[in-house]
Ligand binder design. Structure first.
Ligand SMILES: [Cu+2]
Length: 146
């Protein structure tokens, strides 16, 4: 929407320079929409909000003994908001090996929940639980970020 408005604004400017008063019918509607955009003065802000909204991905991960549920095999590049529910009895966490073993979700006791965010560039990542030997017991998943 705002990109369209920006194009209209540029087009109106070009028409104004090129055609001046000779093309009133074409210029009039373009000027109207350009003025509307200018009055709000929020074209750039709208673009920013839209970009943030599109890049934010939200997932809910459920942990139990000894598995994760809800970690997608593929994720879009960008920031991922993670809601982590520990449905098990033991404490679990969520660590991303390729980010220097970053603990995206800190230790969460059984029955508790936590939230965290992680920003991922395209690549292949291993999500795992760093508690005891949980990883080798099944709390590990490969995620492809595109
Ligand atoms: Cu665990």
């Amino acid at each position: 929407m705002s990109r369209l408005a920006l194009i209209a604004l540029v087009a109106a400017g070009a028409l104004g320079l090129a055609a001046c008063s000779s093309d009133d019918q074409a210029a009039a509607p373009a000027e109207t929409s350009a003025e509307d955009t200018g009055a709000e003065d929020g074209g750039a802000e709208d673009s920013g909000d839209t970009a943030d909204g599109e890049s934010a991905e939200a997932i809910t991960v459920t942990a139990s003994e000894m598995a994760y549920d809800g970690i997608p095999e593929t994720l879009p590049a960008g920031t991922v908001e993670i809601t982590f529910d520990n449905a098990g009895d033991a404490p679990h966490d969520l660590v991303v090996e390729e980010l220097g073993d970053e603990q995206v979700i800190p230790l969460v006791d059984g029955g508790e929940s936590a939230t965290g965010t992680v920003t991922l560039e395209p690549g292949t990542y291993t999500f795992y639980c760093s508690v005891g030997s949980h990883r080798s017991m099944g709390m590990e998943q490969t995620v492809t970020v595109e």
